[in-house]
Design a protein around this ligand. Structure first.
Ligand SMILES: Nc1nc2c(ncn2[C@@H]2O[C@H](COP(=O)(O)OP(=O)(O)O)[C@@H](O)[C@H]2O)c(=O)[nH]1
Ligand SMILES: [Mg+2]
Length: 413
């Protein structure tokens, strides 16, 4: 803020304090160029000066301008203090492909280090969760047909499945009772559960990773007194299309400004303006995506896309001073997947026993290290839905980013 800004704030404050209208020389106050006023200036003698509100002697005027300048100084100091308080100690960007867990990491930061969700936020998540449950069941019904599991089922199933298939949700939390009962009933069919377990084979449907969690919770979610828990919020899925900014205060790490971005290919161009003055980048990878194609580009393997994106981001000149942390995320799903889907079918240079998840983890870790255009500050294997684990991981990562940032400006050696 410069002196002009301070002046204008001051003027506005004075105006509101005295309830006076904006100064308009021609209407409310006599103009200095008005003949009558010019005359009064002369008649009041050399020690008087014109002011719209009255006449003051030079000494009185000096006093007034001194106190005015004191007030401006005070305001400038207060503004500088406010600015300092609002300036983050660390600016962090969360990057990665779509569905890698970026927004989930931000939710973990928020839940662990900031205030509770407001009623409005809980209402928003309530709608997202209902939407998730309905979408999952619609996709499972479609999946059953693709896997041929529906043929085994009786007329009761067929009637319920048809109703869900053609159900149009009006985007409110008040879902028709008949529909909620059908969803709960359908989930009780062992074939529907089998379909959910085999969602790997239905990669074109993109059934969300937390499908089982929400289906198991359907009756709780459709209860009229339902209110989302923190874990419900962590598990729900709503793709990000814009850039979200969140402020957090973490003990021993200071004020954080964290940006969460949309990871789809078409949205990556919007990341660049946020690259300046970044202290740390947390890059997330969906480890379980090694056998999946991208939602927005059905010819590209998701893990391959993550590797290419990681390489280009770590080599980006605008991010030269930023510190990189790599989260090899969704390890829970990765470990499950290793039992049924061969890495070598998608990455021909993989050798070793993939049933040993250590070997498989090491293989992908090395691939990312080879692609990194710089040294990485840390590599973590994470499950972003695990709140206890994430709290520790987040604090640890922020402390090392902060330490490096302080070292780089010579505050610590
Ligand atoms: N099982 C499991 N699910 C995860 C993990 N991380 C994120 N998810 C889920 O994956 C989905 C997509 O995550 P999201 O954070 O929206 O991904 P983004 O597109 O990168 O922001 C959500 O339903 C999350 O609950 C994880 O480590 N394990
Ligand atoms: Mg997101």
């Amino acid at each position: 803020m410069n002196n002009d800004d301070a002046e204008s704030i001051l003027t506005n404050e004075f105006q509101s304090e005295f309830n006076c209208p904006n100064f308009n020389a021609s209407e409310e106050y006599p103009s200095i160029y008005n003949t009558e006023d010019r005359m009064s200036l002369y008649t009041q003698g050399p020690n008087s000066i014109y002011t719209p509100g009255g006449n003051l002697s030079i000494s009185e005027n000096k006093k007034k301008s001194k106190s005015r300048s004191k007030l401006i100084d005070k305001m400038l100091k207060e503004e500088a203090k406010k600015k300092k308080e609002s300036e983050p100690d660390l600016k962090i960007l969360i990057l990665g492909s779509s569905n890698s867990g970026k927004s989930t990491l931000l939710k973990q930061m928020r839940q662990n280090f900031s205030k509770k969700y407001t009623m409005e936020e809980l209402d928003y998540f309530h709608v997202v969760i209902i939407e998730n449950v309905i979408t999952i069941m619609k996709l499972l019904v479609e999946g059953l047909e693709l896997l041929g599991l529906d043929k085994k089922l009786d007329e009761n199933y067929q009637n319920d499945a048809a109703k869900i298939k053609y159900f149009q949700w009006d985007k409110t939390i008040f879902v028709d009772k008949e529909i909620t009962e059908i969803i709960i009933r359908l989930w009780n069919f062992k074939e529907v559960k089998e379909c959910c377990n085999r969602k790997n084979e239905l990669s074109t449907l993109f059934i969300q990773d937390t499908a089982k969690y929400f289906m198991d919770s359907a009756s709780r979610i459709f209860d009229p007194i339902f209110s989302p828990t923190n874990q419900d919020v962590i598990c729900c899925r709503k793709p990000t299309y814009d850039i979200k900014e969140t402020r957090l205060l973490i003990k021993d790490c200071g004020n954080l400004l964290v940006y969460d971005v949309g990871g789809q290919k078409s949205l990556r161009q919007y990341w660049v303006p946020y690259f300046s003055d970044v202290h740390g980048i947390i890059f997330l990878v969906d480890m379980s995506s090694y056998d999946m194609m991208m939602e927005e580009d059905s010819e590209t393997n998701r893990m391959m896309d993550s590797l290419n994106l990681f390489e280009s981001i770590t080599k980006n000149k605008l991010l030269e001073v930023a510190q990189f942390i790599l989260f090899l995320n969704k390890v829970d799903l990765f470990e499950e997947k290793l039992k049924k889907s061969k890495i070598v079918d998608h990455f021909s240079d993989f050798i070793g026993d993939q049933l040993s998840d250590k070997v498989a983890k090491k293989y992908f870790q090395k691939k990312f290290e080879e692609r990194a255009g710089r040294m990485l500050l840390s590599i973590q294997f994470t499950n972003s839905t695990d709140s206890r684990l994430m709290k520790k991981v987040i604090v640890g990562c922020m402390i090392i980013i902060r330490t490096v940032a302080l070292k780089s400006i010579g505050v610590i050696s």
